[in-house]
Design a protein around this ligand. Structure first.
Ligand code: NAD
Length: 354
């Protein structure tokens, strides 16, 4: 049997592929368009490994996906492929609509056609797992309970609206066509191979290169953080044992204000790689104009996943963030490569205040 992973050259997808092939011999067909966020270097350790087949393609390519599904006898699809950066969605929502909504729709159509043609036993075994975000639920006030799976959808950015639309399509394909779907809505991930436009890798890198550490507004926006490998183990568990048609929230019970996250990073860097002038990296913190419509607080109630499927994160925020900082210190060549070219010109155009 074989699984199809879409977006498997991105941050979470590449961690998932590495984790999957580290634990089983079941091959992976990895379909990724290789946008600015896709990076095959993340998968360099799989070079020559026949269990990993990479295909550069768009999730919107119905014919290609249908033929891949048939050719490899795929028994599960894990859909990571998406445009994923909120700031980019504010500057230019079009790609988010195309990939996250239209692309997901075409992918679902190809999967539906394939699934309809399977023999009954293979049909029963098949799953389509859609990887989504807690951002679809909107923003919480300080006193509100964390998001449960029953929380109303209230997406506030073009990114979260496009992910919400894809979640609804996935749900509809189950209710209308009987497609055996599973959906996971996860909180903010951090860890190895995280593209350095996102808060944690951006701040680690800016700290090391003597640049400002940009904090939006007052820095009191709260996010719930999960180490990426714990997200991978949750997806694996849901794929193994999740109930078809169900949604599982994934989170680490780690609510942190952005400013506290950056101060933690600075403290770890002060210890692992002190600044040559003896000052703290925290001196580089710089407040910048807040993101428009910035959600104040996300928090995930992961108790359904814990109770029903016995999943638990292996890392606390403290252990995971330390591993992450160490990983970036050990992989400076990877970072230098991704912060050149396309990424750099985009940042210069859109982040002149940083
Ligand atoms: P990412 O931006 O790092 O990776 C996305 C990958 O998808 C890239 O490799 C990119 O090349 C590929 N891709 C984009 N458009 C494509 C298309 N049309 N066809 C095929 N491939 C395409 O994103 P990520 O952070 O790894 O997130 C992966 C998934 O997890 C997304 O669906 C995201 O919404 C979801 N998610 C992310 C987080 C997080 O904190 N990063 C949290 C919860 C859920």
């Amino acid at each position: 049997m074989t699984i199809l992973v879409t977006g498997g050259a991105g941050f979470i997808g590449s961690n998932f592929v590495l984790d999957w092939l580290g634990q089983s011999d079941e091959p992976v067909v990895n379909l990724d368009k290789l946008t600015y966020a896709g990076n095959l270097q993340n998968l360099a350790s799989l070079q020559g490994d026949s269990r990993h087949v990479f295909v550069k393609a768009d999730i919107g390519d119905y014919d290609l996906i249908l033929s891949l599904l048939k050719q490899h006898g795929i028994r599960a699809v894990v859909n990571f492929a998406a445009e994923s950066h909120v700031d980019r969605s504010i500057h230019g929502p079009e790609d988010f609509i195309q990939t996250n909504i239209v692309g997901s729709f075409r992918l679902l159509e190809a999967v539906r056609a394939y699934w309809n043609g399977l023999q009954p036993a293979a049909k029963d075994e098949f799953h389509f797992l859609h990887v989504s975000t807690d951002e679809v639920y909107g923003s919480l006030e300080k006193q509100d309970p964390p998001f449960a799976e029953t929380h109303q959808y209230q997406p506030n950015s073009p990114y979260s609206a496009s992910k919400a639309a894809s979640d609804h399509l996935v749900r509809a394909y189950h209710h209308t066509y009987g497609l055996p779907v599973l959906t996971t809505n996860c909180s903010n991930n951090y860890g190895p191979y995280h593209f350095p436009e996102k808060l944690i890798p951006l701040c680690i890198q800016n700290a090391l290169t003597g640049k400002p550490l940009p904090i939006y507004g007052d820095g009191q926006q709260i996010r719930d953080w999960l180490y990426v490998k714990d997200h991978c183990s949750a997806i694996r568990r849901v794929l193994e044992a999740g109930r078809v048609g169900e949604v599982y929230n994934v989170g680490g019970w780690n609510e942190k204000a952005n400013l506290d996250v950056v101060n933690t990073l600075c403290a770890i860097l002060d210890e692992l790689k002190p600044r040559t002038d003896g000052k703290s990296y925290a001196e580089q913190i710089t407040y910048v104009t807040d993101r428009p419509g910035h959600d104040r607080r996300y928090a995930i109630d992961a108790s359904k996943l814990e109770r029903e499927l016995g999943w638990r994160p292996a890392e606390t925020f403290e252990t995971g963030i330390r591993k992450t900082v160490q990983w970036y210190l050990d992989h400076q060549a990877w970072v230098e490569n991704v912060v050149s070219g396309d990424y750099q010109s985009w940042v210069e155009k859109n982040y002149s205040d940083r």
